[in-house]
Ligand binder design. Structure first.
Ligand SMILES: [Zn+2]
Ligand SMILES: [Zn+2]
Length: 218
């Protein structure tokens, strides 16, 4: 049995929060807002949540972390290269978007490229994909990939926020994500799912038929 998942669209920027689970054990991938929606699914499915993992530390992916961590008694992990973005979340969000957000949650620990995260009898592998932010990561479990704001259906993550790097996001997508099998389902940080094969061919920013070489979304 592959890893199961439930998605919730949360918050003003409509980011996706994923609950990934197997054998009654779950992890949360991104907790952007609306903790209650996520809690409802956890209770409904009677899941034991081990930890919350961020794909990156922009506010729209971490705002519900504190509430969920308090309610569930679980830990919160990020890639260390996004620690600065997380710790300066209040001033950066104010400066970049003019939005006031609460103090950010402090991580309990850090994840690294290639690390394996167990979820029930299944697991996720960490793929470091810098570009949208320095510490952006994707999480893969067999035929599914949680891609955060690195790869979207028909688009890629923007690179104009602090720490963004257009050359790095192209390198991450082309050399790390597009080497995965065609049929891997991509579950992005915003918007609907897609597949690696479709994006490799058709994505206008990075696909074989692509002409444009810069991002805009997320
Ligand atoms: Zn982002
Ligand atoms: Zn986002």
């Amino acid at each position: 049995m592959p890893l199961s998942y439930i998605v919730h669209e949360v918050g003003m920027l409509r980011s996706n929060s994923y609950l990934a689970f197997d054998s009654g054990e779950a992890v949360i991938i991104d907790a952007g807002d609306d903790a209650w929606k996520i809690m409802e699914s956890i209770q409904e499915k009677n899941l034991r949540v081990r930890a919350i993992y961020a794909t990156h530390c922009h506010f729209d992916h971490v705002m519900a972390v504190q509430d969920l961590r308090d309610a569930l008694g679980c830990e919160f992990y990020i890639h260390p290269d996004d620690a600065e973005i997380l710790s300066r979340m209040v001033e950066m969000t104010r400066g970049f978007l003019g939005i006031e957000v609460p103090e950010p949650p402090k991580p309990d620990g850090y994840i690294q490229e290639g690390e394996r995260i167990s979820v029930g009898r299944d697991s996720l592998i960490v793929i470091h994909t810098p570009g949208h932010s320095p510490g952006s990561v994707c999480y893969r479990s067999g035929g599914i990939l949680f891609s955060g704001d690195t790869l979207f259906r028909g688009s890629i993550g923007r690179t104009d926020a602090y720490g963004g790097d257009p050359a790095k996001i192209l390198d991450s997508i082309v050399n790390k994500l597009f080497t995965l099998p065609d049929e891997v389902v991509v579950l992005p940080g915003h918007g609907p799912p897609t597949e690696i094969g479709w994006e490799r061919k058709n994505n206008p920013f990075v696909g074989e038929r692509g002409l444009i070489r810069r991002g805009k979304n997320g």
